[in-house]
Write a protein that binds this ligand. Sequence first.
Ligand code: MG
Length: 219
Amino acid sequence: MLVYYRISNLGFNLLKARLLVVELPLEQESVARTRKIVHVDMDAFYASVEQRDNPSYRGKPLVVGGSPNQRGVVAAASYEARKFGIHSAMPSVTAIAKCPGLIFVRPRFDVYREISTSIHAIFKRYTDLVEGVALDEAYLDVTENKQNITYASTIARYIKTAIFQETQLTATAGVSINKFLAKMASGQNKPNGLTVILPEQAMSTTSRKRLRFCRTASD
Ligand SMILES: [Mg+2]
């Protein structure tokens, strides 16, 4: 009987030990999974650069892209042009039909690349974990950041401010726990927006209705 007890007790302890072994890494893993991701997306980037550099273009429907006579396509449309239903990848001939006064500007990729480099230099003040998606778009992992800032939304706000001060261009930021949700967040509030999808919101649902939109006062 005693022997039996000892064995069963040993068995129970072994089971407990096994449960602990199983539980501990899972717990650590869930903590490690809570990352802080910022998605930064410049607003109508190429078009905004052209409006910045040529004051006569400001406030007007404009596209950057190929000429309608040469079967060109729209690479970027200003927000004024978007009101006419014009968007990127649309044939330029379709765009001009939608808005006869539309301004066409040839792309200046060297200028866009230079601005992109400046923006990435701003990102690097906070983290080296930067994944550029295009010249105007990037994901930043700020879970551990160079300035030990607690809230990713604070970093996003600082980045937006620095981008505007240093390039005179606006950016939209989305903040969440992974790239998918951070991009979803930035897509909610353009231009010049800052949207946060908190972990509990992300866990409960990704339904648009339950997301809290936060627009910064500085916008
Ligand atoms: Mg963009």
